[in-house]
Design a protein around this ligand. Structure first.
Ligand code: HAM
Length: 425
């Protein structure tokens, strides 16, 4: 039987990886410009980190984690997200006693046992940023501006930024109580998931996507009416900093986010054209997370964007596909006995920092020419008896069919100029 990639996973093939590289460059460059530096954490962590960090009542921890026992019977989990790992690393390396805030970015695969559909996978990729050590609302604004800048640079038009404040340990318990009292008499009208959520995590009922739940809770009490003065002020400052920096947003009373660590600001970016999985990124402030993970009381804020969804969104607005990294020079061997010289020439060109390839399948010169054309090689160089004897090569521009006779000794010096001409044509 043929073995296929597990459900919810997929291969990024070389034709698509050019797009990924294009996106990754923009993500990293922009985060760098905003003062964020890269952190790489392990793909797996102790399960307890996510139970404590993301929260046991969240969907992620209660149903979606890839958890297993290692050979020493430790409970290990493939990371479902990056924020808890960053908090762990922040504590483990004592960053809290250094210069604050620390600003990190990361990217890589995440794992959630979710129901696969367009834009939703079991192994997917996130690019995220986390800033630890400041409670300043301008830092909330900074991470949101960074996310919106990235969306713009990837060519995505009309993104919808939704923001809300989910309160703090002072005001949220009061709101939670209000909500439970409101939901109690109507709980039978809720979906089966929400009937379970209602007692443990009633806030999640608010952002249930089920239409019957939305209809049943239409008149629910609003979080924004229950915020304490500090949270109200914090939220106002974030909104005015966004406006001052030209960022449009929608205040969304129903935005509560699916992870338990959030306090104050919560946000999501949606691309309406993406359909059901329209959230390309989300994040917020998490002032209790570092403490929850065993560290001191240090605040934090950040976001993560889903790289698959971001690429789908970029595709919606791009008329042209990025070129799939064609090879610069293809060496055509006129007779198979010259393969030794062909390899030396290929090596010489590669060492000059130019991408080069050659034939390994004993094709005829004609078939090699066709092959070079198919892989969209920009130049070909023929190597045969005459070239070897006379010490020069014929370099052919595949686009214009112009030919250049180049001395063997000066070939690598001349190639960049010929490639430049090819680019200009
Ligand atoms: P999240 O909202 O769970 O937040 O995930 C962020 C983004 O990852 C989503 O908006 C979505 O684009 C993408 N994503 C999530 N699940 C999947 C999936 N199964 N398949 C494809 N894409 C997916 C977090 O993970 C937080 N750690 C964000 C954060 C950082 N908050 C503060 N700092």
């Amino acid at each position: 039987m043929q073995i296929k990639a597990p459900r919810g996973t997929y291969d990024i093939l070389p034709e698509q990886s050019a797009k990924w590289q294009w996106m990754e460059k923009i993500l990293k460059q922009t985060a760098y410009e905003f003062g964020y530096r890269e952190i790489r954490t392990p793909i797996f962590e102790h399960t307890e980190l996510f139970e404590r960090g993301v929260g046991e009542t969240s969907d992620i921890v209660s149903k979606e984690m890839y958890t297993f026992k290692d050979k020493a019977e430790r409970s290990i989990t493939l990371r479902p997200e990056g924020t808890a790992s960053c908090a762990r690393a922040f504590i483990e390396h004592g960053f809290y006693s250094g210069l604050l805030p620390v600003k990190w970015y990361y990217s890589g695969p995440m794992f959630r046992y979710d129901r696969p559909q367009t834009g939703r996978f079991r192994q997917f990729h996130q690019f995220g940023v986390e800033a630890f050590g400041s409670d300043n609302p301008f830092l909330d604004a900074e991470v949101i501006i960074l996310l919106m800048e990235i969306v713009k640079l990837l060519g995505v038009k009309e993104p919808e930024l939704h923001i809300n404040s989910v309160g703090c340990p002072v005001c949220r318990p009061m709101y939670r109580q209000l909500l439970i009292e409101y939901l109690e008499p109507i709980k039978t009208a809720l979906c089966s998931d929400c009937q379970l959520r209602y007692a443990v995590n009633p806030l999640r009922v608010i952002d249930c996507k089920n239409h019957s739940c939305q209809a049943a809770i239409k008149e629910h009490p609003l979080l924004s009416d229950s915020l304490c003065p500090d949270c109200t002020l914090h939220y106002q400052k974030v909104k005015s900093a966004l406006s001052a920096n030209g960022i449009d947003f929608i205040h969304d009373d129903n935005l509560v986010r699916g992870l338990d660590y959030y306090t104050n600001t919560a946000f999501e970016v949606h691309i309406p054209g993406l359909g059901a999985q329209s959230a390309v990124g989300g994040g917020g402030r998490y002032n209790g997370l570092v403490k929850e993970c065993g560290g001191p009381d240090v605040p934090g804020v950040g976001f993560a964007l889903g790289m698959e969804r971001m690429l789908l969104a970029a595709d919606l607005y791009q008329d042209q596909q990025e070129p799939a990294n064609p090879v610069d020079v293809f060496i055509i061997t006129m007779e198979s006995r010259f393969i030794d010289q062909a390899m030396q020439l290929t090596t010489q060109i590669r060492r000059a920092g130019i991408s080069a390839d050659m034939d390994y399948n004993d094709r005829s010169p004609r078939a090699q020419m066709k092959f070079a054309d198919k892989i969209k090689a920009r130049l070909v160089i023929m190597i045969g008896e005459e070239e070897i004897e006379k010490g020069y090569y014929l370099v052919r521009d595949m686009q214009t069919s112009n030919q250049y006779q180049v001395d063997r000794e000066t070939l690598t010096e001349n190639l960049p100029g010929i490639l430049l001409k090819n680019e200009e044509d």
